[in-house]
Every structure is written in C-alpha cells, then in structure tokens.
Design a binder for this molecule. Structure first.
Ligand SMILES: [Zn+2]
Length: 312
C-alpha cells in the first residue's frame, strides 16, 4: 500500500492543498483564497475545512506546510510573516489540535528546495541549492539529504549577498545585492534601460512599442533572433546570475544548482552558458567536483510536494 501525505503551500494570495503519495505524485489538489487581511484564526479555520474536504475517504499519515517568512520549524510557529501579517502564530499546534495528525511547518523556499531535491530535478543528488528568480531571489538548500535551515530555521538569504560593490540600492538597504542584479525584476530593468538607449532594437517591435509589455522573455527572445542590444542585456544578466551562483557553489559545494522561476522556461539557452561560467570559475576549477546547473521540474507543484515531503 502506498502511503499518502498532505502538503500545504501557504501564499499571500492563495493556499494550495494536496494529497501527495510517498512517491511524490499528487493524488488530489485544491486551492483556496488566503484573504490575508483577515484574522489568522479565520485563515486557519478555512485550511482545516479544506483538509477535511480533500482527504475525505483517503487515509493519510501527516501534514507538512510551507509558509513564507520566518518560521520556527522546530516548534511549528510562524514567528513573522509580512505577506500574511502574522506574528507568533503557533500554526502546527492549532491545525494538529483539529485534525489529530502530526503537523510540521517550514519556510516556503526551504520546502520547495526539499521537494525539488526529493522528487524533481535534484532527485539524483544529496546536496542541492534551489535558487528561485522572481520579483526577488529566494533560495533553499539541501545539505547531505537534509534541509539546511540555519539558526531558528531562518534559512539563508542568498538574494541579499552583494555581488556588485557599489551597485543599485536594494530593499534591504545594501547596494548591489544578488537580487538587484539577477532577479526577474532586474532583468526587466536592464531590458528597459537598454531599449531607451537603442531605439532601433528589435525589442521595441517585439513588445509592440508598449513598454508595459516588456517582461523576462523580451531580451532572451530578441537575442535569439540576433538583436545585438538584446544579446548584451542577456549576457550582462547571465554574468550576474553566474556570479551569484558561484557564491552559492563555493559556500555549499552543491552537487546541483536548480534554477526556478519563469526565466527557466529558457532551458538550455539559460543553463548552458551558466554551466560554462560555473565550470570555469568555481573554486578548484575544472578538476574539482562539478556542479550541475538544472532547471526546476515541479513548477507550481514544488510547494505542495515539498511540504508533503517534510513529513515523509
Ligand atoms: Zn539586499
């Protein structure tokens, strides 16, 4: 008999809930609105009722939850989550009291890294880093098959390591952080800047002369079509991304770095040059253990699958 687990991915807008079997396959899933401005007790009541609904007629072992913010995973307490407006919420205890199952909670970025490592791109490895390129840059790390959570499970803020001294000011107050250079937001900013300088770039035609339509694809797609300005944007972006990844690789000595986020749809066009730069510049050079650069495989399901794998 294959055992089932419940995985819950709490976000600021939606809460995804899934029944996941021990092989990482989603048996059933659903999604509810977070409506995060409510009292947390109402949000938790909705989660409990959705758990009851989705597990109706299904035997399951335990519940794992991924939540944004500072999560004390040992005690199952959400210490602080700006996205949810939560402070010191004993989430695991409150849910366990209702459903009478073991409940574990961890930071959402860490949980996604665990999911990708156990069941996604990293399943052949024990030491991996998941770097998610979105509005900012988030990271989760698996070391020796275990989730690396750090003191009080604060995780590692890889997005806020400086890669360009004296660079652009970051939301954290420092200058030149990895996420100011290599997030999707940074790529769009670089694209817009290059378009202002080169009014003849193909990127103008590509976005229909509407700057609001510029996104993470604009520079990549136009570079593929041979636009020199677009290629410069992509090259500068990839150099920043490689520098940030090299910092991760030199600290964690990861066997694989898994890239997540929309930009990963670029596949080998993104990973091949990054792989070359990492091979060339990681400490120890070409003769040391190679770190493989991959793209995430679980997509939007990484959160629920990772959450369920917390309790497997
Ligand atoms: Zn920063």
């Amino acid at each position: 008999v294959v055992k089932n687990f419940v995985g819950i991915d709490i976000g600021g807008t939606n809460i995804k809930i899934a029944v996941v079997d021990e092989k990482g396959k989603i048996v059933k899933k659903s999604s509810i609105k977070t409506l995060s401005t409510r009292e947390y007790a109402h949000v938790i009541a909705d989660i409990v009722s959705e758990i009851t609904k989705i597990t109706n007629g299904i035997e399951y072992e335990a519940i794992g939850i991924g939540c944004p913010g500072a999560v004390d995973s040992k005690n199952g307490v959400i210490e602080y989550s700006p996205n949810l407006y939560w402070k010191n919420v004993p989430l695991a205890k409150l849910i366990a009291a209702k459903v009478k199952k073991t409940v574990k909670v961890a930071n959402d970025a860490s949980v996604a890294a665990l999911g990708e490592t156990k069941f996604g791109a990293g399943k052949n490895f024990t030491d991996t880093a998941l770097i998610t390129l979105g509005t900012g840059i988030g990271g989760g790390f698996v070391v020796g098959g275990q989730l690396f959570e750090g003191f009080k499970s604060m995780g590692a803020e890889i997005g806020h390591t400086v890669i360009r001294e004296g660079g652009i000011k970051c939301t954290c107050g420092r200058k030149g952080c990895f996420e100011t250079c290599a997030s999707a937001t940074a790529l769009i900013r670089k694209t817009l800047r290059a378009m202002q300088i080169d009014k003849n770039s193909l990127m103008w035609e590509y976005c229909g002369h509407d700057l609001n339509k510029v996104d993470g694809r604009t520079s990549f797609e136009c570079a593929k079509k041979g636009d020199a300005t677009a290629r410069e944007v992509v090259e500068e972006y990839m150099q920043s991304l490689a520098d940030g990844i090299l910092n991760v690789v030199n600290i964690f000595r990861s066997q694989a770095v898994i890239l997540g986020g929309g930009i990963c749809a670029q596949g080998g066009y993104l990973t091949a040059p990054i792989q070359n730069m990492v091979d060339e510049h990681r400490y120890g050079g070409k003769d040391s253990l190679r770190t493989i650069i991959l793209t995430a495989q679980l997509g939007n399901d990484a959160g629920v699958i990772g959450a369920a794998s917390l309790v497997m």
